[in-house]
Design a protein around this ligand. Structure first.
Ligand SMILES: N[C@@H](CCC(=O)N[C@@H](CS)C(=O)NCC(=O)O)C(=O)O
Length: 205
């Protein structure tokens, strides 16, 4: 059976959400990343993931780390109903997945750290402001797409949407005001209210 390593309050949440969307049975091993007892630094775990970070999966002997790689692999391997059937659909999925991982997630995480996650004395308003400026330009790209098609997958919510929503979930967790992006805001709210998302969120919220 699929094993998902990583506490639910981490990027492992995205893998748990995907498993639920795709009806993949799994065992959850909530490897901790907390400063006082980081199980992700223990030798047995580092043998699975040399970066000593979560998540990692072991899918009947296939070990994969890096959240996006894990989710794209699992969706294909387990024939997720979200996985696009055509090369063009898969190209769209990869386009939104890479854009989100490369260009959106880094400024979003920096903003989150310097606005909410770090203790106040470690927050740097200038770093937060620069990250926010970058993030806003990227959110505009999402909004423009949703002015053209109802979903990133085109006519239906598919793996392209999952790859974006599972990352942008952090914006909802930090209660970031998305009112400047009404289409994106409505799409993200609907995404995190999907039954599978709600089940996964219960494990961390
Ligand atoms: N690019 C990696 C990032 C993994 C990552 O930074 N994970 C965090 C939790 S969300 C972690 O393990 N932090 C603990 C640490 O870095 O020691 C991925 O997407 O899997």
């Amino acid at each position: 059976m699929l094993k998902i390593y990583g506490q639910a309050r981490s990027r492992a949440f995205r893998v748990i959400w995907l498993a639920k969307e795709s009806n993949i049975p799994y065992e959850h091993i909530p490897v901790s990343i907390t400063a006082d007892k980081p199980e992700c630094k223990e030798p047995w775990y580092v043998a699975l993931n040399p970066n000593a970070r979560v998540p990692t999966v072991d899918d009947d002997g296939v070990v994969v780390w890096e959240t996006s790689a894990i989710n794209l692999y699992l969706a294909e391997q387990h024939k997720s109903p979200l996985y696009p059937a055509t090369p063009a659909g898969r190209a769209q999925m990869l386009q939104w997945a890479f854009f989100t991982s490369n260009d959106v997630e880094p400024p979003m995480i920096t903003l989150y750290q310097h606005r909410a996650l770090f203790p106040p004395e470690k927050r740097n308003p200038a770093i937060a402001e620069a990250a926010e400026a970058q993030l806003l330009a990227r959110l505009k790209t999402f909004e423009e797409q949703l002015n053209k098609t109802p979903y990133f997958g085109g006519a239906s919510w598919n793996m392209a949407d999952f790859m974006v929503a599972s990352v942008l979930y952090t914006l909802t967790a930090m209660k970031y005001d998305l009112s400047k992006f009404p289409k994106l805001n409505a799409w993200l709210q609907a995404s995190i209210e999907r039954p599978a998302a709600k089940e996964a969120r219960k494990l961390r919220e």
